[in-house]
Design a protein around this ligand. Structure first.
Ligand code: ZN
Length: 363
């Protein structure tokens, strides 16, 4: 476990985050961007270079004084694994500091009935990826999974369809199975798949990642910040009730959007499922005034144009002034790796002084 300690200093993390965002920048620009003194920036830059995190990238144009030395991030200086736990499989990505996926894996898991065995299999898959990079350069592991769960404690609640998993301390159980040297709190971060999804690609400050897969949920960013709510359980979008007399949902209620979509899919009517999804998204846009919807999840990715075009059409019908209330609807660029990539951002974000996902991870 390298170097969370080296960057525990918030200023150093902010400088490093600034260098990543700018791609190439100088000490003078860093001081202006962070509000730190020239001496403080110089000291931090020296430390980051000694850690191997940054390097020089030639000379920038002079602004009258001596030429400015440009600095840039060394993406391969540290590594993070992002993981998504499905009910019967996992999606794993090994990413560098630039958020680039360099390796991936998809271990099969024992269909969720036995959490200890499933976690053993998940940990084995993660170890396999981590074995390809020096262990002292590993920052940590971000894990995304279905909720409800508590992001702060990493404890699962009553996850629909995973009855044996309620109360499992997922973060600590996984950390205990991984040989992350000196691993403490922060080496493993756990969040909802939907929240990780919204972190997976940059976009509008007011957007939702709408995820139709085994379940249906939405991750939210408002005013440029990811929203988790009072219990970090925001985004149970699939359990908005649209029909009080509708089919029974796995959550115990009737007529949830998720149950209606599921029924349409089981009846072989994906077009109907897409329309229902559009109605749910229209409700979300009315409530929160979003201007971007990113669709993801395996069900969407199996027929991306259908879901994108149908949700777009329903929004145009339902919003009173669709020309003014323009909403960009797209399918997530990283495809089936999007949520795992967002999970890596749970570890990368704090490393760059961005909190746990206040800014989206770049592609
Ligand atoms: Zn429900």
């Amino acid at each position: 476990m390298a170097n969370l300690t080296a960057l525990r200093d918030h200023n150093a993390a902010a400088v490093l985050g600034r260098i990543r965002a700018a791609r190439e920048t100088s000490r003078v620009e860093l001081a202006a961007a962070t509000g730190l003194s020239a001496q403080a920036v110089s000291k931090i830059v020296q430390r980051l270079a000694a850690e191997g995190l940054i390097t020089t990238a030639g000379q920038g144009p002079s602004t009258g004084g001596k030429p400015r030395t440009l600095l840039r991030l060394v993406p391969q200086a540290r590594w993070v694994v992002g993981a998504q736990l499905h009910r019967d499989a996992a999606t794993l990505v090994l990413v560098d500091l630039g958020g680039r996926v360099v390796r991936s894996g998809a271990p099969a898991l024992a269909a969720g009935a036995d959490p200890a065995r499933t976690l053993d299999q998940l940990a084995a898959g993660i170890r396999e990826l981590l074995a390809t990079v020096p262990s002292e350069l590993v920052l940590g592991v971000g894990l995304a999974c279905p909720g409800p769960l508590d992001h702060r404690t990493g404890v699962l609640h009553q996850v629909t369809g995973l009855p044996g998993w309620a109360g499992i301390a997922l973060r600590d159980e996984l950390a205990g199975r991984l040989d992350l040297l000196g691993a403490g709190a922060g080496a493993v971060a756990v969040d909802k798949d939907t929240t990780a999804g919204v972190l997976s690609q940059p976009g509008s400050a007011d957007r939702a990642f709408v995820y139709l897969d085994d379940g249906l949920g939405a991750g939210l960013a408002l005013g440029g910040q990811v929203q988790r709510g009072a219990r970090t359980n925001a985004g149970e979008f699939g359990h908005q009730v649209l029909d009080l007399c509708g089919p029974r949902c796995a959550c115990g209620n009737r007529g949830c959007l998720e149950a209606l979509c599921r029924a349409a899919l089981e009846a072989g009517e994906p077009g109907r499922a897409a329309e229902l999804l559009g109605e749910g998204v229209a409700n979300l846009v009315r409530l929160l005034d979003l201007d971007e919807i990113v669709l993801g999840g395996r069900t969407v990715l199996a027929a991306p144009e259908l879901y994108r075009d149908t949700v777009d059409a329903v929004l145009r019908q339902r919003l009173p002034d669709p020309d003014w209330q323009r909403v960009a609807v797209s399918v997530v660029r990283a495809g089936e790796q999007a949520v795992a990539l967002g999970a890596a951002g749970l570890v990368l974000g704090p490393f760059f002084g961005e909190g746990d996902g206040l800014k989206p991870l770049g592609p």
